[in-house]
Design a protein around this ligand. Sequence first.
Ligand code: NAD
Ligand code: IPM
Ligand code: MN
Length: 352
Amino acid sequence: MEIVMPYKIALYPGDGIGPEVVAEAAKVIDACNIDVHYTTFNWNTTLYNKTGKCAPENYLELLSSFDAILLGALGNTHNAPDHIAVEPLLTIRKAFDQYVNIRPAMLFPGVESPLKNKKPYDIDMIVIRENTEGEYTALGGRHYIGTPDEVAMQINYFSRKGTERIIRYAFETARNRKRKTLTSITKSNALKYSMVFWDTVFYEVAKEYPDVIASSMLVDAAAMNMVRCPEQFDVVVASNLFGDILTDLAAIVVGGMGFAASGNINPTRKYPSMFEPVHGSAPDIAGKGVANPVAAILSGALMLEFLGEHDAAQKIKSAVVNHLNDGTVKTPDRGGNATTADVGTDIAQRIQ
Ligand code: NAD
Ligand code: IPM
Ligand code: MN
């Protein structure tokens, strides 16, 4: 799939604060003056209430012709069970083979870490999360439902192809960074098939990258170290579930969910890639116009980067850093009383 201007972007705002933050991401992209054509899909749990489906039957087909997807967040338990609400998200990642989930976590100037004595850029890691298999494999079943003998099985698998390609992507990423350090997260003391296999593949691939400092860390120790000494992490590679959990942790040590951007990438570009903040629909603050849109805005920058618009992506990142450093327009998560739109407008203005 060749990607040319005008870029065809599917906006998938979703539920809760999703629409609030996606609007600001679009505002900031528009300030970059690049030729983008948006189509908005209002697929969410409100649609589920009306139709019994969170998205139309042919949503994959509808999305497949876009250059990229910008998603807000899915989920509102008042309207739909969570595992139904988020199903399109997980299906898109798999069906479009977006096997890389990149989740950078950087402590920006002007943002306070809950950890003591951290200076700007002390924390600068990128988590590469496997995004199509592992613990998120949709295989399993429930038996003897409602009886004392009830059992539930959730099968997870790790294929050689799936494991090798994500690990290789992580090595490539590490090779291109200053510190060239890669930490692979497993739990191979307890999960003796899947995680021992992952470790084996990791050290096989490591041989091809003698320039990268590679090591393996148990996930419980990694959780502890991300709080004790997050500076030590440069590139981190992890399975689907471990990557999910550790990226909420990484987000909070760099100031909160409002700063964490992500990209679900299909490196072959056969299908669209999808960009979204790491956070969810934040029902506790939804509808109040106070969500921090920086995570969505930085996800927009990741999207432009992916589309080859490096200048525009850099402009957005610089505008975000200026905005954070200045610190006059802050949403309540940063101790201010600005609105989501105020923040988007402030960042957009810093682009011109
Ligand atoms: P959450 O990320 O939505 O919220 C966790 C906490 O962080 C809340 O206190 C929230 O107010 C705060 N927060 C999150 N984003 C923020 C922002 N931009 N600005 C300021 N504060 C922010 O996680 P949750 O509460 O566990 O999940 C809520 C819903 O979102 C659930 O339905 C869940 O399934 C769904 N979810 C969806 C996605 C997604 O679509 N990618 C991701 C995670 C959770
Ligand atoms: C994320 C979210 C999703 C995940 C949920 C909504 C299924 O938590 O993107 O981090 O677990 O991947
Ligand atoms: Mn998550």
